[in-house]
Design a protein around this ligand. Structure first.
Ligand code: 13P
Length: 288
């Protein structure tokens, strides 16, 4: 099934597909194992930094190989690309989805580049995600409360969003409704679900929820009911990776075989992904 067909199915059946960031092979493997175990479609995604680290062609080839080996559908997404050039590299490499993030650019420039990305991507059947209102935070552990951190950052306005979607022709809109990137030491990540409901009413496209780490489970589930079909997760996997690796290294001072040291790390990340798959309702969806 294509990305378009998967998103259509998710919208109709009210589940979301997890878009999980990969920064190394172990994370890739953990996500695929979780997908196979839960019989869930998955989106593998890489930010510009992660893409540079792994290489566009390697990411696409790994997805193809793992998909065949484990019999699971894997879509590949470029996450938060900041330029047309980055998008073109991923389009040429065969990504299934491209997220052009022009939210830090003046609106007119954001729209102009998003349109160019749409034109190029659509020729190859690739879907494009756009971002108008900058989604606060970054995929790390932040001190303090999310509420305080984002209180002056404007959230997505339903009418402006509708206009942005129409003008650019994007397929997916990355909304900002309180969903900051990262985990906050004092919590406080709360979604403005009324706003999300209004965005779903005014816009004629798929909606994605970035900053999935740290958002309370009940709110994520509500957001999916209101039309979110893609939820992005990075920080919670990064946190599991660091914690487990630190422990494994401390407990096995004489072990030097990487794959032995990495086994428990993969298992830890896999657990995080499996919990998210349950939360998003995408388990079992491979079979209909
Ligand atoms: P988190 O790091 O909060 O999970 O967000 C990831 C994300 O939105 C990537 O685009």
């Amino acid at each position: 099934m294509t990305a378009r067909e998967w998103l259509q199915k998710a919208k109709k059946e009210k589940f979301a597909i997890g878009a999980f960031n990969v920064g190394n092979l172990e994370t890739f493997k953990a996500i695929v194992l979780a997908s196979a175990n839960k019989k869930s479609p998955i989106i593998i995604e890489t930010s510009p930094g992660e893409t540079d680290w792994l290489g566009e062609d390697n990411i696409v080839d790994l997805a193809k190989n793992y998909s065949q080996d484990y019999g699971v559908p894997i879509l590949v997404n470029l996450d938060h690309a900041g330029s047309l050039a980055e998008c073109i590299l991923a389009i040429e490499a065969g990504f299934d989805l491209i997220h052009f993030d022009g939210s830090k650019l003046p609106l007119e420039e954001n729209i102009k580049i998003a349109k160019e990305v749409v034109e190029l991507a659509h020729q190859k059947g690739i879907l494009v995600e756009g971002e108008m209102d900058h989604i606060a935070g970054s995929s790390e552990i932040h001190q303090g409360s999310a509420e305080t951190a984002i209180k002056n950052i404007p959230m997505t306005d339903p009418e402006n969003a509708a206009q942005f979607v129409t003008e650019t022709g994007i397929n997916i809109l990355a909304v900002f409704v309180g969903n900051a990137h990262g985990i906050f030491s004092e919590g406080g990540e709360n979604l403005d679900l009324d706003r999300l409901q209004n965005i779903a009413r005014t816009t004629n496209c798929y909606l994605s929820l970035h900053g999935g780490s740290g958002v309370p489970e009940d709110q994520v589930k509500e957001a999916i009911k209101y039309g979110i079909v893609k939820v992005n997760i990075n920080t919670e996997m990064r946190q599991a990776f660091k914690k487990e690796l630190t422990e494994v290294l401390a407990n096995n001072p004489d072990e030097i075989a990487m794959y032995k040291l990495e086994q428990p790390v993969v298992e830890s990340i896999q657990k995080v992904v499996e919990i998210k798959i349950e939360e998003f309702g995408s388990g079992g969806k491979i079979y209909g």
